[in-house]
Design a protein around this ligand. Sequence first.
Ligand SMILES: *[C@@H]1O[C@H](CO)[C@@H](O)[C@H](O)[C@H]1NC(C)=O
Length: 188
Amino acid sequence: MFQRTFVALVSVLSVSSLVAADHTFTFRNQCGNSVSPRIANTNCGYSPRCNTPGSGGVPNPAISYTGPQPNTLGSGQSQTMTINRQWNGRIFAQNGNCGPSGENCSLGEFNLDTGNQFTAQAYDLSNIQGFTQSMRIEVNGCDTVACTNVNCGCSNAYPPGDLSGCGNDSPVRGCSAGDHSWTITFCP
Ligand SMILES: *[C@@H]1O[C@H](CO)[C@@H](O)[C@H](O)[C@H]1NC(C)=O
């Protein structure tokens, strides 16, 4: 739903330079079963933000993540990795039925280091294509979002099949510029 969001939010672009740095992501599995977190790029694909400034309605071009995928995490395990600045993509738990970009599954969606003064980082949970995994996104200094059941509602996540984007993209949160530490918890 980022296309809608950024058309709405980007009415004034910053002329100041905003610092963009890499981000620390910790994946934490609190489920009873093992989980295989996946990192997928959506720039120049599901997202209109691409490798040119201004694409997707934001000043900074997206930069694809090309590093390793997270390990499969046993119950209680966690792993910390670095995801590059200006990343635009999804994190999901691959259950064997999700597509390569998380199609048909619960998603954490990220649009980082946009260069936009008001929404330097944007993130949300989306179950539009199906609720397959309870998840929580935490980031230092900004809102925590969590969805632990299919009826968690628009204040927490895009609901299954909701092509209206909750009417106002209310699931999307913003965070300040710079490097951040993100924690993605499965079964929070
Ligand atoms: C998503 O689910 C539908 C319906 O089961 C299926 O036809 C489609 O191939 C799935 N997409 C992916 C990318 O797995």
